[in-house]
Design a protein around this ligand. Structure first.
Ligand code: PMP
Length: 332
């Protein structure tokens, strides 16, 4: 990346991790001669406590991406992908040669499960992303729980951005045995480089994933980072708050100059242009200004409307520059 480029594409945190976290994690470097504990017992205990479940309800992955692959392999005979959504569900199905179908669930700027009128045994696995990537909005808890209660399929709720929404269906996995919740430290904790994801589900589902994963799928640094990140959780929450403040201020400013912006409970915002051509033009305009955002034709997404663009939230200064570029595009 050129140094004058701004990477607002892959919804990474613009901030370095808290210094205390880095310092504590650095102590683990001295133990790199050893393998990590392949049961990841301590991590599972800490995460189980955080979510009010048991360690036997948790499995960890080399990023949520690895778990998307493992879930696809274990349960993805007939996959249903409600769109617009994160692209890896479809890419994993393709990688592993699994049958999948997309179904559009975007109705008048709202993501609605009412559009899924499947016979109850039509799919073995259904992927829901909540808050939705790329739309940024949340699906209400009740809508998800009713949907899961009425389905025979396994329902994965990918809560990659849930730290920004302060809402989760994780504890409902105890009652609703076809519900799987997927989480990551990449977004709300801004630790994308460590590659730490985990899933919460019924112990029977977890046993199948544990049997399918590699013995050391989290490296020692990632494994050491989990309890440390949880210890300093309030510091990560402060960083999240800064991102949320930058996001909200950015949305207000964009609306003032006439952009249509979707509501966001994530670390990105999605804008809706009048047509696909305008989205293309704006994408190129920003690219020339050194600002990288994500477009609907990127494989990060399945079924994103072609007149939208997704902009990750950076520092105040970065958002000022993006705002200026967006105002210039509108000739304001
Ligand atoms: N799910 C969603 C919805 C995402 O946006 C992402 C990352 N872009 C992931 C999962 C993957 O997360 P990880 O970095 O933990 O692999």
């Amino acid at each position: 990346m050129r140094s004058n480029q701004m990477a607002l594409d892959y919804s990474q945190s613009p901030f370095q991790p808290p210094a205390q976290f880095v310092k504590a994690l650095a102590r683990s470097l001295a133990s790199l001669n050893s393998y990590p504990d392949p049961s990841y017992r301590l991590l599972k205990e800490r995460l189980a406590k955080k979510h009010g479940v048991l360690p036997s309800n948790i499995s960890l992955g080399n990023g949520a991406d690895e778990l998307i692959d493992l879930i696809t392999l274990a349960f993805g005979n007939r996959i249903l992908i409600p769109t617009p959504t994160f692209g890896q569900y479809e890419l994993a199905a393709k990688r592993h040669n699994r049958a999948y179908r997309r179904i559009n669930c975007l109705l008048e700027e709202k993501f609605s499960l009412a559009n899924i009128k499947e016979p109850s045994n039509a799919a073995s696995l259904i992927w829901l992303c909540n808050p939705n990537n790329p739309l940024g909005m949340v699906i209400q808890k009740k809508e998800i729980l009713d949907f899961a209660a009425n389905s025979k399929a396994l329902i994965v709720v990918d809560e990659a951005y849930a730290d920004f929404a302060n809402e989760s269906v994780a504890s409902f996995t105890k009652k609703q045995s076809n519900l799987i919740v997927l989480r990551t430290f990449s977004k709300g904790f801004g630790l994308a480089g460590l590659r730490i994801g985990y899933m919460i589900a019924d112990a029977g589902i977890i046993a199948k994933i544990e049997a399918a994963r590699q013995p050391f799928n989290l490296n020692s640094m990632a494994a050491a980072a989990v309890p440390i990140a949880l210890r300093y959780e309030n510091m990560f929450a402060k960083m999240r708050e800064m991102i949320e403040n930058n996001r909200d201020a950015f949305i207000v400013r964009l609306k003032k100059i006439g952009y249509r912006v979707l509501p966001s409970s994530t670390n990105f915002v999605t804008i809706k242009l009048s047509n696909p051509m305008e989205a293309k033009n704006l994408f190129s305009f920003l690219e020339k200004a050194g600002i990288r955002v994500l477009s609907p034709w990127n494989e990060e997404f399945s079924g994103m409307p072609r007149n939208m663009l997704r902009i990750s939230i950076g520092t105040k200064r970065q958002m000022d520059s993006v705002f200026k570029a967006l105002a210039k595009f509108k000739k304001i």
